[in-house]
Design a protein. Structure first.
Length: 251
């Protein structure tokens, strides 16, 4: 089994292994949660886009910190799986002691999206396996906290996928209004090719002519296709190169 309990040696596994674990639990039809760092203010070991797979029956792979929050996230994942609904949890670690007084390590405010891992996530696994870049666009908040917005309705956890080549924007769930699609499409294409993640908030005046505004906050997680590494030869230097390859995100 690929899934295992996080240890000191695997807290920062390559994204290839985390996504392979996601594919494994989906194909085995095992209930599991996906935890993703969506925003960081201050210092933290992991940046937005860091992921952790948490099966209902234990184990898991990946991390959202260097061990500061994993047990809390596992506990919350149990609640998320029981409710069958996503949630965004904010962890404020600003009050913790600095490491050597330098303000490094887990000493920031971290927002983590915890959601049931479902077939909705299949497009990113397929794109990654095929060597294609893709951006996962997930709604974190919208006008009046998950109330309808004009010309459509998006709710926490609603998702769309953006593939830059060829350019597509597929709305997996939610009635994404056209103005929101237009606003997130360009950054999604850029982040997909760079393999970076960012949370964006889009706001505009309500279309009913009033002074009200409507907004949506969307987490855009760019998942770039892993580069391929070819090793030629059988010399003594091949083995350490292959070991280093396992520590990085190579196909």
């Amino acid at each position: 089994m690929l899934l295992r309990t996080m240890s000191a040696s695997n807290w920062s596994v390559p994204e290839t292994e985390v996504l392979a674990a996601a594919r494994e639990v989906l194909e085995a039809d095992r209930p599991a949660a996906l935890a993703t760092v969506v925003d960081v203010r201050g210092s933290a070991y992991r940046r937005p886009g860091a992921k952790m797979i948490i099966p209902e029956d234990g184990g898991g792979i990946g991390s959202v910190t260097a061990g500061c929050l994993e047990e809390d996230v596992r506990s919350l994942a149990t609640d998320v799986l029981a409710a069958g609904e996503p949630r965004v949890e904010t962890f404020d670690l600003m009050g913790d002691d600095d490491v050597w007084g330098l303000g490094v390590g887990c000493n920031g405010v971290i927002d983590i999206l915890i959601e049931p891992l479902s077939e909705q996530y299949r497009p990113v696994l397929s794109a990654f396996a095929a060597g294609n870049n893709i951006a996962v666009c997930t709604v974190l908040d919208s006008t009046d906290r998950a109330q309808s917005i004009q010309d459509g309705a998006v709710y926490l956890g609603d998702r769309a996928y953006c593939e830059p080549a060829p350019a597509t924007f597929d709305r997996v769930s939610g009635a994404w209004p056209d103005w929101l699609v237009r606003a997130v499409r360009e950054p999604a294409e850029t982040l997909a090719s760079r393999g970076k993640a960012e949370t964006v908030t889009v706001e505009r005046k309500a279309s009913d002519g009033s002074e009200n505004t409507e907004h949506a906050t969307v987490f855009i997680d760019g998942v770039a296709a892993p580069p391929e590494l070819f090793v030629f030869g059988t010399g003594h230097d091949v083995e350490p190169v292959c070991e280093l390859r396992k520590m990085r995100t190579f196909a």
